[in-house]
Design a protein around this ligand. Structure first.
Ligand code: DWN
Ligand code: ZN
Length: 420
């Protein structure tokens, strides 16, 4: 189900296999442990009570002492994680707004006539591009259920991970792509060097632009958002580590744009090294802000356990006062939070969620039932913990009636607070 990961996938530190690796006495290279969440279920393994769960794996965050890249200690088999994937890119106003900011930022670099998306999910972003003057789009995604949904909405998508085969299928549809986008997929990939080899197959044009959007390590550290740590997220990226990775590739970082989505993300824009213009000043600005990221990651563990304790005591106090508590947003993050706090149904009665494929299923590990959003007003619990805290303002806004009827929200990140 999983195998151990022990060398840095950005800079190669502690890679024992490399012929020039010299192990001097007492100087064995090892990744450093920064956070151990124990043996945990897979965060998106939402199953009906009759279905068999995918299993458990160690959830431990390591860090490279050389380049500072944080990365998990194991790699779970992608087929187990993604074959029948329940996560659908949110069709929320927050996400639509993000797509328009992202396309605007891309247009600071290029006016794309076409776009290939790696990890295109149900085709939502490509549909947005098509509706905003990007003439030809094509998707690549390993989840059959999502690729089927994309093809049904006329977003041509090939089923499979990004590799030589799917890159060639994409190029048979868009021979000389000028834009390749990979949103919240790069950190799900183990073999970054192979990714760059396959990306080079698509980069035939000098004006080629790749945009890799990921949760930003500095935001995770600042927010203590340990709930972003789960088995899909093999790495937790910052610009300096990407620069290390690209050193031995035909690519360079051209620009970095920061966005609030998913608790804080960066879009790293990559050009071919023969692109004649110098990198935008945003690249150097990020690298300077990432000074001593190793020390910052070591503070992350302390901030994370403080967050776990504050939510735990908030919920336990409510229960001791005879109050009822539910969850809102059965996100992957919710699975991490619930299991880190050891919550069960006696603590959190149910979790409301808009995703049809998650309703009627159980949250992995805690077995808390997932129900439709209407349950919030039907059951009217005293408190609702917003596990999808990256959408908190939108969720609060669309559920004003809940507060009018006396309900209170608990927002657990970046610090646990009760609203109103
Ligand atoms: O990297 C990943 C990020 C991009 O998305 C994937 N590995 C998995 C996924 O992580 P997540 O599940 O934590 O993503 P979200 O988008 O934060 O999940 C939000 C959840 O909240 C969804 O299940 C939908 C739900 N929701 C809802 O019920 N009502 C969301 C909104 C906005 C709502 O109004
Ligand atoms: Zn490294």
């Amino acid at each position: 189900m999983y195998r151990l990961h022990s060398h840095c996938r950005a800079c190669g530190y502690a890679r024992k296999a490399s012929p020039d690796y010299i192990k001097k006495e007492g100087s064995v290279e090892k990744l450093m442990e920064i956070l151990d969440l124990g043996i945990q279920p897979l965060a998106n393994d939402f199953k009906k009570y009759t279905d068999e769960h995918a299993g458990y794996a160690p959830l431990k965050l390591l860090m490279c002492p050389r380049c500072g890249l944080a990365q998990l200690s194991v790699v779970v088999e992608p087929a187990i994680l993604y074959k029948d994937y329940p996560y659908v890119t949110s069709r929320s106003a927050t996400m639509e707004n993000h797509f328009s900011m992202l396309l605007h930022a891309i247009r600071l670099e290029t006016q794309p006539l076409n776009c290939i998306e790696i990890g295109s999910n149900d085709g939502h972003f490509l549909e947005f591009c098509q509706n905003h003057n990007v003439l030809k789009v094509f998707g690549i995604d390993p989840a059959e259920n999502l690729a089927t949904a994309a093809n049904e909405s006329m977003i041509r998508t090939v089923v499979g991970e990004f590799n030589k085969r799917t890159a060639e299928v994409a190029m048979s549809n868009i021979p000389c792509p000028d834009l390749v986008v990979a949103r919240h997929v790069f950190c799900h990939i183990n073999e970054w060097n192979l990714f760059m080899v396959d990306l080079e197959r698509l980069a035939s044009e000098e004006r080629f632009l790749a945009v890799i959007e990921v949760p930003y390590a500095l935001d995770m550290i600042a927010n203590g958002s340990f709930d972003q740590v789960y088995h899909e997220h093999l790495s937790y990226l910052h610009v300096g580590a990407m620069a290390h990775l690209l050193e031995h590739t035909p690519f360079k970082i051209q620009r970095v744009e920061h966005f609030p989505i998913h608790g804080g993300s960066i879009a790293i824009m990559i050009r071919r090294k023969d692109w004649p213009h110098p990198p935008h000043e945003s690249v150097q600005r990020c690298i300077q802000r990432e000074e001593s990221i190793q020390g910052k990651w070591l503070e992350f563990a302390a901030k994370s356990s403080a967050l776990m304790c504050s939510l735990e005591s908030q919920v336990i106090n409510a229960k001791q006062l005879g109050k009822s508590v539910c969850g809102y947003g059965a996100s992957a993050k919710s699975t991490v939070f619930l299991n880190a706090c050891g919550f069960k149904r006696k603590d959190i009665q149910f979790i409301c969620d808009s995703t049809k494929q998650k309703q009627g299923r159980l949250s992995p590990g805690s077995d808390i039932p997932i129900v439709d959003e209407g349950a919030l007003l039907r059951e009217l619990p005293d408190y609702a913990v917003i596990f999808a805290h990256n959408f908190a303002s939108e969720i609060i806004q669309k559920n004003e009636r809940y507060v009018e009827l006396g309900g209170k929200w608990i927002v657990p990140v970046p610090e646990c607070k009760v609203l109103p």
